[in-house]
Design a protein around this ligand. Sequence first.
Ligand code: SAM
Length: 275
Amino acid sequence: MAKKKNKKNKPTLTAASADRHDLYLKSVQEPSFEVEFFDRVYGDHVGGKPKLLREDFCGTAAVCCEWVKAGDERTAVGVDLDPDPIEWGKANLMNKLSDAQRERIIFLEDDVRNLNGHKADVVAAQNFSFYCFHDRKVLLEYFQAAHANLTDKGVFVLDMMGGSECFQDESVETTNKAGFKYVWELDHFDPITHRCLYHIHFKFKDGTKLPNAFTYDWRLWTLPEVRELLLEAGFSEAVVYWEGADEDGEGNGEFEPAEHGDADPSWICYVVGVK
Ligand SMILES: C[S@@+](CC[C@H](N)C(=O)[O-])C[C@H]1O[C@@H](n2cnc3c(N)ncnc32)[C@H](O)[C@@H]1O
């Protein structure tokens, strides 16, 4: 008979015992949802099943790990400038894969604007990571590189956030998680440049905190700008997948192609560049 876990003996998470990458993953990532979505949009626009994923701004490469688990023919390339999350992903996520799955992931410690010879079926940039590019010229260079990093037919999947709640000087949103609180703070928004500064903090039951566990110095790009730049970079279409709403008006996690949307004060969506 399986032993019942004694919750009382579970150590309480504190700032000293917590791991910021683990908390990040539990707070803002859902790799299986992403992989399902990539499959779906590839099917919508190209047809069939994609094999090679390039995960730009991969961080811990949680999505690469989920990708290779989803089929023996699947390979993934994770690209990030920072060796720290990559090493964490190797030690804490890749170690849970089989040898065969692990061998199907390649890490590149590189700038996402570089070409590296791996032509992917899907190039993905999640959690608004491309907002780190502040200038139109630089974002166009990145979109051109993503286009070149795809095979002849493929999809480039971005996610975006926006809405009037982003256009404030400051705001704090706290979400309860198992054993900790996830805090998303807007520190500053400049309406002239659209530059914005966000922080992620974590708080624990014993009163300890991990302040500024992650900080993002972003430009809040708008959907029309991004769609126009994708077309300028060579994509044949730039399709917005907008989230539907439940009976309370909250996002229902179902994203469908749309040309128009409601002015939700805080929205997220996907944008798919089709090659
Ligand atoms: C917001 S995290 C995203 C992590 C993960 N993809 C996710 O969905 O949560 C952004 C990552 O982008 C990386 N990064 C920032 N600029 C980059 C660049 N020009 N080229 C490659 N990686 C970059 C950072 O090191 C960081 O790991």
